[in-house]
Design a protein around this ligand. Structure first.
Ligand code: SF4
Length: 131
């Protein structure tokens, strides 16, 4: 009979400890999920949908680097003698969007961390390879 009491006590202790361990595990899991949620980028519309476009500042056309590259937010404003034909592409047809250094969303490899205007242009313009 005494053995039964001992084993019952052990069972209760084990069960109680197991319950506490499960509760602690659930709390930790819950906390880590909250942290993941907090670290993820949030849309401005307040939904959980992933942020698709990075929000970066546009190139300051008056910066030294932009001036050195003769960057203009609107290539059409650049004089024809500066925006010369390259290969088969007329100067008037050269824009950031058809330049090899341009990538989706407005990024330019020559201006890391900044965005360029779609109609922009600079002296480094080079025709993007057609896919
Ligand atoms: S390198 Fe190309 S994409 Fe970048 S600013 Fe010049 S024309 Fe635009």
């Amino acid at each position: 009979m005494k053995k039964n009491l001992t084993s019952r006590r052990e069972l209760l202790k084990t069960t109680a400890f197991g319950g506490v361990a499960l509760a602690a595990g659930a709390m930790l899991t819950s906390c880590s999920k909250k942290e993941e949620k907090a670290a993820a980028p949030v849309n401005t519309n307040g939904t959980d949908e992933p942020v698709e476009k990075e929000e970066l500042p546009y190139v300051d056309a008056s910066s030294n680097k932009a001036k050195a590259l003769r960057y203009a937010e609107n290539g059409a404003d650049v004089p024809a003698e500066t925006r010369v034909d390259k290969g088969d592409t007329k100067g008037a047809d050269q824009f950031c969007t058809n330049c090899q250094f341009y990538s989706e969303g407005g990024k330019c490899a020559l201006f890391p961390g900044k965005l360029v205007k779609e109609k922009g242009w600079c002296v480094s313009w080079s025709l993007k390879a057609q896919s």
